[in-house]
Design a protein around this ligand. Sequence first.
Ligand code: DOR
Ligand code: ZN
Length: 356
Amino acid sequence: MLKLPGLIDPHVHVREPGQTYKEDWDTVTQSALAGGVTTILAMPNTQPPIFDEATLNLALDAAKQKARCDYGQFLGAGPDNAVKVSALANKAAGLKMYLDSTFGELRLDDMTLWMPHFINFPKSAPIVLHSESRTMAAGILFAAIYDRPVHIAHVSLKEEILLIKAAKEKGIKVTCEVCPHHLFLTKDLTGFGNLSGLTPGRKEVRPRLATQEDVDALWQNMDVINCFATDHAPHTLKEKDSENPPPGFPGLETLLPLLLTAVDDGRLTIDDLIQKSVINPRKIFHLPEQSETWIEVDEDSKYEIKAENQFTRCGWTPFEGWQVKGRVRRVVLRGQVAFDDGKVLAEKGYGRNIRA
Ligand code: DOR
Ligand code: ZN
C-alpha cells in the first residue's frame, strides 16, 4: 500500500449553481474523493456565473451544504466587475479570466477589459488565465507589465510550454498546469480508449486535443509544469452525442490512476506526482495544510476504467476501457475515513471552504 497526501485539483467545473443535471457539489466531491482528491477549486462559469458577492454566496452556500471534500470557489472576470471582485478576493480561490473560447459566456476579447482586473485584483491573490497560444503570450506580457503572478490553465501546445519556459527563465511570475487528457490523448485519438461508439462530440474539449508532437513536448518539459489539474468538465452523454456537443471531459476519477500508470511505466516519478498534485498547488493557491489527511493506494491493482464505476453524474469518460495500474483504496480527510473500498463515507457538508 502506497500512502500519499490528499491530492489538490485546482481546476474543476462543479456545475452548481444552474446545471445540476450534469453535476453538483455532492456528486463532484464524491468523484473527487474516489479519485484521491481532498481539495477542489471550482471554476466560475456556472449559471449564473460567479461575478459578484450574491453569486459567490450562491455557490458557497450550496458547497457548504453538500460538499464532502474541501473546496474553494473562483470568481469570474467580467467586462465591468473588476472593483467588485477585487473586494471579494479573500473569500475566493482566486480570479479566473477567460481570454479564449470556452463553454459559457465569460470570454473577454478586448484587452482593455483585462487591464482593470490586472490593476485591481490583489497581487497576493491568484489570477488564473484560460489563454491559448497567442492570447497566452499576451497574458504573460500582462503579468510582466503589471508585475504580478499569473497561473496558466491547461497548457496543451508545444509553443505554449516553450513560451512559459522562456518566461520563467526571464523571471516573469508565471506558473502553469497541464491536464491528463492533454498528456495522454491526441487529436487523432491516439490513445483514446474504447473507440467503438465514439462520436465526434466526445472528443470536444477546450483547449482542443493536440498533436503527438505537442504531447511529447509536454512530457519533455515536465520540469516546467507546476501542477496537474483535471479541468473536470462534466456534460451528459446525451449532450456530448448531440448535434451541438459542449466541450469538456470528466477527469477527477481518472487523474491518479493515469498518473500512477505513468509512474509504473517509468515516465513520471512519485516525487513529481506529489510535487505537482499537492505541494505546488498548495503554494500557488495559498491553501491551508490538511491535518491528518492522506490517501492509501494499491499500486499493484490493475483494472479497466469504466464509466459505470464512477461517481460523477455525467456518465462517461474518454478513458473508457483503458487498463491502468493503481487503485485508491482509502481516503482519510481531517482524521475521518472519507472513502473506503469503493464507498464514499464522508457526509454531505463535511467539506470545508479553504478560505473560511
Ligand atoms: O472543455 C472545456 N470545458 N473547456 C472550457 O474552457 C470550459 C469547460 C466547461 O466548462 O465545460
Ligand atoms: Zn476549465
